[in-house]
Design a protein around this ligand. Structure first.
Ligand code: ZN
Length: 166
């Protein structure tokens, strides 16, 4: 199937994907639900996948292999570190897989990922859970359209048809 529209900056691209790791284990898939929209050129998805989709058209099915450098980063190797449970607001539900921004030693914002929650300590890691992993995306492009002005301002899609504004 051919189409005039191709993936390029400021297009909303709607696609199905199945993500597997180096071992071939499925980490995530859209196949059990709706395809996912993203706004091309606005860091909505990892850079390696954006690069792989650039210039493609509706109906294209392809495999994109993304090295860690263009995925979720190279693992720093520092590993999870404990912080006191009391460092989190009382009543806040803290669970493995959560992530949040925190102030680093030099005042910069750093992302922390919760790996384990104990009674008195929460273990956090500066690495994304998929840092160091080569990502393989099986992708099928379902639709491509121009972004609406609102979507361009917000930097993300408002649903597949652009009408789920907020
Ligand atoms: Zn928005």
């Amino acid at each position: 199937m051919s189409s005039e529209a191709t993936v390029s900056d400021d297009k909303i691209v709607v696609f199905h994907y199945t993500l597997t790791n180096d071992a071939g284990e499925v980490l995530d898939t859209s196949r059990d639900g709706e395809p996912m929209p993203y706004l091309h050129g606005h860091d909505n998805i990892v850079s390696g996948l954006e690069r792989g989709l650039l210039g493609r058209g509706v109906g294209d099915a392809l495999t994109v292999v993304v090295p860690p450098e263009e995925g979720y980063g190279v693992a720093s190797g520092a590993g999870p570190q404990p912080v006191p449970r009391s460092a989190f607001p009382e009543g806040m539900a803290v669970e493995p897989g959560m992530h949040f921004g925190a102030e680093g030693p030099d005042g910069e914002t750093m992302m922390l990922w919760v790996t384990e929650v104990g009674d008195d300590e929460v273990w956090v890691d500066t690495d994304h859970p998929l840092a160091g992993v080569t990502l393989t995306f099986e992708v099928e492009i379902v639709a491509i359209r121009d972004a609406t002005p609102d979507e361009l301002t917000h930097g993300h899609p408002h649903g597949p048809d652009g009408h789920h504004g907020h």
